[in-house]
Write a protein that binds this ligand. Structure first.
Ligand SMILES: C[S@@+](CC[C@H](N)C(=O)[O-])C[C@H]1O[C@@H](n2cnc3c(N)ncnc32)[C@H](O)[C@@H]1O
Length: 373
């Protein structure tokens, strides 16, 4: 009998602050957050006009992980609120309650250790004119309830909602592999595999929207950025390369074939249209902005290096590091920790050879919405 693992039980990014940690390898996600800043600005302005006399703001970042990006979001939001207040000459003392959510296995301690420097920085920058900021942790599965009814003003989530609660399963026979020889959808996948992935995404995303709509105050807002899909891309997601490398390792007898056949990644890149369709069908939110934008897999992977001078080998290594920080814990459970060095060395080489032949980019979907009253 084959069991499908619940993501909630096994997923976490690579914790701590070592060389292979998420903290040290999440610059791409930070760059994505910078690209979304204009939409964050519009969302925060809408929030402030919806709650013009509010003093105490409750804001939650869902899927905060263990790196500094969650605090980067908070600091961007505080600056935007500050600028808006200054522009309308409307300065009132404010209090912020920030809730950082992620799954139970997340390394929250690594974020907690960044908080004193964060507080000091905002104090130095604004001399506490931002208002007082209290930070809370909310461990739990965002595909379910996290907060009391009618509680939060603003939900934010970046690069987290493409994670499914579990990989899709075969609708006919759980003992048969759904996606033999692959770990995700590829351009040769059958329509039934695509359908199974979409169905899982739809089920999860509807539950997410329903739960957030109950927890959000009337007129509350939500901003989500997730890895999406552009059907014109031959290879759209670095997880497709995970399948290629595992296949090579099966051929060489380094990975058991059955393990690959029964393993599928709990990830789905939705198109912007699919995101719109699910939001509209679920019905709790009205979409204000829905956009897509692309970013190279190798973008901004090293703070001190000008990307244009990198050769394909270096790019392959950078991409492998950023993918390892996210997928190492999950792949280790399935294929063994002692396989990981060999796996990611091969992964880097594979990306290096692919990047010479085509542009490798993520397509991201960003959606800003308000609760329908
Ligand atoms: C790639 S990280 C993104 C972290 C951060 N938002 C950033 O932009 O750097 C995705 C995070 O989503 C979390 N996540 C995935 N599924 C989740 C769920 N069902 N509930 C809560 N968090 C989840 C993962 O544990 C992971 O830490």
């Amino acid at each position: 009998m084959h069991y499908i693992m619940a993501t909630e039980r096994v997923l976490h990014m690579k914790g701590g602050d070592g060389e292979t940690s998420y903290t040290k390898n999440s610059l791409l996600q930070r760059k994505v957050a910078s690209m979304v800043k204009p939409i964050l600005e519009d969302t925060v302005k809408r929030l402030m006009s919806n709650f013009s006399s509010e003093r105490c703001w409750k804001v939650a970042d869902l899927g905060c992980s263990s790196g500094p990006n969650s605090l980067f979001f908070v600091s961007n939001m505080l600056s935007i609120m500050d600028n808006v207040s200054m522009s309308i000459n409307h300065r009132k003392p404010r209090v912020f309650q920030i809730y950082m959510n992620d799954l139970f296995g997340n390394d929250f301690n690594t974020i907690f250790k960044l908080i004193p420097d964060f507080f000091q920085r905002i104090h130095e920058e604004k001399n506490d004119n931002h208002g007082r900021c209290f930070i809370h942790a909310t461990p739990g599965d965002f595909y379910g309830r996290l907060f009391p009814d009618d509680y939060i003003h603003f939900f934010h989530s970046s690069y987290s909602l493409h994670w499914l609660s579990q990989a899709p399963k075969s609708s006919t026979n759980i003992d048969e592999p759904l996606n033999k020889g692959n770990v995700y959808i590829t351009n040769t996948s059958s329509p039934s595999i695509r359908e199974a992935y979409f169905n899982q995404f739809e089920k999860n995303f509807k539950l997410f929207l329903k739960s957030r709509s109950v927890e959000l105050k009337s007129d509350g807002v939500m901003l989500l950025t997730l890895i999406g899909r552009d059907e014109t891309h031959k290879i759209g997601n670095p997880v497709e390369v995970i399948g290629m490398v595992l296949n090579d390792m099966v051929q060489e007898g380094l990975v058991e074939e059955k393990k690959l056949d029964f393993f599928d990644l709990p990830i789905y890149g939705a198109t912007a249209e699919e995101v719109r369709q699910v939001i509209e069908e679920e019905g709790s939110f009205a979409i204000q902005t829905l956009r897509t934008f692309n970013i190279g897999w190798d973008a901004n992977l090293h703070e001190d290096v000008d990307d244009s001078i990198l050769d394909s080998k270096m790019k392959g290594e950078f991409v492998a590091k950023s993918i390892r920080a996210v997928f190492d814990p999950l792949l280790s459970v399935e294929f063994g920790e002692d396989t990981m060095d060999e796996f990611f060395t091969r992964y880097a080489k594979k990306v290096a050879s692919l990047i010479e032949l085509e542009t490798l980019e993520y397509t991201n979907v960003v959606v800003s919405m308000s609760k329908v009253s």
